[in-house]
Design a binder for this molecule. Structure first.
Ligand code: ZN
Length: 95
C-alpha cells in the first residue's frame, strides 16, 4: 500500500512531490492525491504530523501558504514562474 510507504518515507526524510514520484515510480498527480489523503488522515494521528515547507518564489521570495501540494505555477507578486516546490515531512508531534 503506497500511502503507508509514503508516510514511512517522509518520516525518514523530507521530500517534494517530484522526489516521491521518482522514488515510487508513480506520476506526480497520483502522489499529490496521496499527500492530500495523508494530510487529512494524519490530522487524527496522536503521534505524528505532516509538516510543509511552504513554496517560495525564486525571484522575490514571496511565500505561499501551506495549503499547496502542487507547486504553484506563477508568483502573484512578481508574475514569474520559477517557484520552489513545497517540501513535505512527517515528524513526531512536540508536546
Ligand atoms: Zn515572485
Amino acid at each position: 500500500m503506497t500511502r503507508a510507504e509514503i508516510i514511512n518515507f517522509l518520516k525518514n526524510r523530507p521530500a517534494t512531490v517530484n522526489d516521491l514520484a521518482i522514488a515510487f515510480e508513480r506520476p506526480a498527480s497520483a502522489i499529490e492525491e496521496d499527500i492530500k489523503h495523508i494530510r487529512t488522515s494524519i490530522r487524527n494521528d496522536p503521534e505524528y504530523e505532516l509538516l510543509v515547507q511552504r513554496p517560495t518564489c525564486e525571484f522575490c521570495n514571496f511565500i505561499f501558504d501551506s495549503s499547496h501540494i502542487k507547486t504553484p505555477s506563477r508568483c502573484p507578486e512578481c508574475g514569474k514562474e520559477k517557484i520552489n516546490p513545497p517540501v513535505f515531512k512527517i515528524e513526531k508531534k512536540k508536546h
